[in-house]
Write a protein that binds this ligand. Structure first.
Ligand code: SAM
Length: 300
């Protein structure tokens, strides 16, 4: 019998895999880029800060790793304006089928060098990893998820390695946005059965490894942060979006438009929902303090 990590990888990325066959995230779960253009707006504010800190280079990258249907890349491309838009190069990195999106280059592998902003939006949770039931002498678990006998955990080492590799290619900033957990909660036994889960058609289902459903697990973003190193902050999406100007006020003179927008912003910032996602932001050649103000640490 195959180990769980290999079975998970085959089920998502093998010849008949869920993502290989072109399953669109939009058909199975709701991610922030699908809510509306507001996430892209906030990321363009962040990109502008990165651009300024880099001295407005002749070419500026926005790289969307694990781009899915390309909704985020498309929104960033179409909402960018002025000098930034003229210098902007948008790249969608995706193992599944390439989509046709105007002004966006599709590739299966990360660019060697990125000058600008690299974003992994719900990318790391889609990276398969070992699933272990304690007791275990795995060194990653010993450091990040002390595992009592009988408890189950995902070993985040493959996500750490992927994130460290991505950040190493960047001059500017790298941002991972995902659901996840931190060591204090893992060590306190908050996830005794781990977080491995399957979704199909918008519903949580019993995991099967036949390519018919998405397989995922929460991301140990604190471990990813340490693996990539350097200058980083780990904050909540709720706080980060507000710091980038996304608060969703209602203007009575334009009630309908602004109320709809406010409800999308509220969804992106919802406590217990998308607002509870972690934003792990690394600055490379740029200080994170030039990109975001001081914010409370993420507490998922
Ligand atoms: C959960 S989906 C997220 C899609 C999109 N970013 C969103 O938030 O709507 C994860 C995506 O990451 C892609 N993926 C996973 N590992 C990858 C890799 N190493 N390179 C490129 N794409 C990858 C999968 O094929 C899948 O489309």
């Amino acid at each position: 019998m195959r180990d769980p990590e290999s079975a998970w990888r085959e089920a998502l990325y093998g010849p008949e895999g869920f993502f290989t066959r072109g399953a669109l995230p939009a058909d199975h779960f709701r991610t922030a880029p699908l809510v509306g253009p507001e996430l892209a707006e906030a990321l363009l504010v962040l990109l502008d800060r990165v651009d300024f800190a880099l001295g407005r280079p002749a070419r500026l990258d926005f790289v969307d790793v694990g781009a899915g249907g390309g909704e985020l890349s498309a929104a960033v491309r179409s909402l960018a304006a002025g000098s930034l838009a003229r210098r902007l190069r948008v790249t969608a990195v995706e193992l599944g089928p390439a989509r046709r999106v105007d002004g966006v280059t599709w590739t299966r592998s990360l660019p060697e060098r990125v000058e600008g902003l690299l974003v992994g939006h719900e990318w790391l949770d889609a990276i398969p990893c070992p699933i272990v039931t304690g007791p275990s002498d795995d060194p990653w678990l010993a450091r990040w998820w002390p595992l009592p006998a009988g408890a189950t955990a995902e070993v985040g080492a493959p996500r750490d390695a992927a994130w460290a590799d991505a950040v190493s290619r960047v001059r500017g900033a790298a941002l991972a946005v995902d659901y996840g957990h931190v060591r204090a909660d893992r060590a306190a036994g908050r996830y005794p059965e781990g977080t491995f889960a399957a979704y199909r058609d918008g519903r949580r289902v019993e995991p099967v490894f036949d390519g018919s459903c998405d397989l995922t697990a929460h991301v140990a973003l604190d471990a990813c942060a340490e693996a990539a190193g350097g200058d980083w902050v780990l904050v909540s999406q709720r706080d980060a979006l507000a710091a980038l100007g996304l608060v969703g006020e209602i203007d009575p003179a334009r009630w309908l438009d602004t109320a709809e927008r406010a409800s999308r912003v509220a969804e992106l910032r919802a406590v217990g929902g998308l607002g509870g996602f972690g934003w792990l932001l690394h600055g490379v050649g740029v200080r994170t303090s030039d990109l975001l103000p001081p914010l409370p640490p993420w507490r998922p």
